[in-house]
Design a protein around this ligand. Structure first.
Ligand code: FRU
Length: 499
């Protein structure tokens, strides 16, 4: 059998499984409506993000046979507006000896009108399937029909192992490819002596790759393996994203800002910063769209099977990246969010003139705003003139439970508290916003039934998490404790996907 036929058959088997499972699906009110989620079964990392053939393409790590990780394929979605995602047939299925245990994460580029997917082929090298018994190699698949079907390159693997002194070939994965000055470059995650590394490769033709350098290496304080690296230029700086596996007791991803010397392969950079402070954010990838925006999508991990759900995981809402004056990334939801508004006018609105129900401030009180679990709330508090000790937003609230996004004035700290949610095992999390209190605090809260995304002060700080509230728990209120605060602006939009 030719390998193309084998691949087609493997995809057809996966599609039959999905079809079968879809027939038994019931409507689930926790399912996000304006986030990219699988129709059914497992989702992890976003892969191959690209604007190609007039559409945004989002591939992702997918198990078509169950709501748990395993049997990893590349599923495929596309969108014309970053909010409404159409599910397309599976793009990559394990079908060859070299990728029999999974088509792991990777990236996409366009070359001569064709869509190239770079991925990691995975083999479990022992029947026990121990975490280190792996063989991971970098592979290629190309679409010549506009991104509908992909043919694996006959010369796979492109890179069978890193040089022994550079990295371990059992943990060698997640190629991200880009072009610079007529040459192609690839970053790949690996580890050496138990410490994560990102390696740099170079190619003139996308097929023959030469190892160039170790871009970054952990000093031992950042887990044991660097996953999903991504390098791109923003405002003249080279930003390197990576996901250090095992760094904290929940998944985290972060970035360096620096400059890459393409001649020497040396990357000089500043400190590592987290991209998102939430419990559910990992393996993000970026791409540039035709308007020049650098857009990031991350994975919000979820164990669907344990939660009795038919799907597992969601993508974040797409985020636009900008570089702030302090060389920190500013991360905000893409402007397309406004297309989701049920009405152009906010459901609830106040400004400093109209004030709060005729009141200029919140004074030691909790004030009901609206009830919704699919909405965008924008609030600006005035921090110059206040006596309250704590201010914030209660959401996913009912008589039974509530989640809190708050600000401790004295400590200049933001906190998220899921301790009052019945479904939660997450503790209160505090984040110091800086040494000095700013004049204002702006909170943007996006809820999509079970996704929670918080953007603070125009993207200086981001928090993402999944939370499964009681279906009655939809109330949103603002509060000020032990004093007053002026609410300078408040806008609440009900969000919906209009198909
Ligand atoms: C990150 C990751 C990648 C790997 C993929 C496998 O979540 O572990 O490193 O390629 O998932 O699904």
């Amino acid at each position: 059998m030719t390998s193309t036929l084998q691949h087609k058959q493997a995809i057809a088997k996966a599609e039959r499984s999905l079809q079968h499972m879809l027939e038994t699906i019931v409507q689930d009110e926790h399912r996000p409506v304006f986030h990219a989620v699988p129709k059914v079964n497992w989702m992890n990392d976003p892969n191959g993000l690209i604007y190609y053939n007039q559409a945004y393409h989002l591939f992702y790590q997918h198990n078509p046979f169950s709501a748990e990780w395993g049997n990893i394929h590349w599923a495929h979605m596309k969108s014309e507006n970053l909010i409404d995602w159409e599910h397309l047939p599976i793009a990559l299925a394990p079908s060859e000896a070299y990728d029999r245990d999974g088509c792991f994460s990777g990236s996409a580029i366009e070359h001569n009108g064709k869509l190239y997917l770079f991925y990691t082929s995975n083999i479990f090298t022992s029947p026990q399937g121990l975490p280190d018994d792996l063989l991971q190699q970098q592979c290629l698949a190309v679409s010549e029909d506009g991104g509908n079907t992909f043919i694996k390159y006959a010369g796979n693997p492109l890179i069978s192992s890193p040089p022994a002194e550079a990295g371990d070939n059992n943990h060698f994965r997640d190629p991200k490819v880009w072009k610079h000055d007529e040459l192609w470059y690839m970053v790949v995650g690996t580890k050496k002596d138990g410490k994560g590394r990102v390696l740099l490769y170079q190619s003139a033709n996308l097929l023959d790759w030469t190892y160039k350098s170790v871009l970054v290496e952990s000093d031992g304080s950042m887990g044991h393996m660097y996953e999903c690296p991504d390098l791109f230029t923003l405002d003249g700086y080279d930003i390197l994203l990576l996901s250090p596996e095992g760094m904290l007791d929940y998944p985290v991803s972060g970035y360096y800002v620096g400059r890459l010397n393409y001649e020497t392969g040396i990357y000089e950079h500043g400190e590592f910063h987290l991209l998102d402070h939430g419990y559910h954010f990992y393996a993000p990838q970026t791409f540039q769209d035709p308007s020049g925006r650098r857009i990031l999508i991350g994975w919000m991990p979820m164990k669907g099977a344990q939660l009795n759900k038919t799907w597992s995981g969601s993508m974040t809402f797409p985020r636009e990246l900008a570089l702030g004056s302090d060389q920190r990334l500013l991360i905000t939801p893409v402007k397309e969010i406004s297309k989701l508004r049920v009405d152009a006018e906010p459901k609830v609105e106040i400004d400093s003139e109209s004030c709060f129900n005729g009141k200029p401030m919140l004074n030691n009180e909790e004030r009901y705003i609206y009830s919704s679990s699919a909405m965008e709330l924008l609030v600006t508090f005035d921090l110059e003139e206040l006596t309250a000790k704590q201010i914030g937003i209660n959401f996913f609230a009912s008589a039974k439970e509530q989640a809190v996004l708050g600000y401790e004035v004295e400590a200049n700290s933001l906190f998220i508290d899921f301790g009052g949610m019945s479904a939660s095992s997450y503790a209160r999390k505090m984040f110091v916003l800086g040494d000095q209190r700013q004049k204002k605090l702006t909170l943007q809260l996006l809820l999509d039934h079970s996704t929670v995304e918080v953007f603070v002060n125009d993207g200086e700080f981001v928090f993402s998490a999944l939370m499964f509230p009681d279906l009655e728990s939809k109330d949103i209120s603002l509060f000020a404790k032990d004093g007053f605060v002026h609410v300078e602006q408040l806008k609440l939009y009900q969000l919906e996907l209009n198909k």
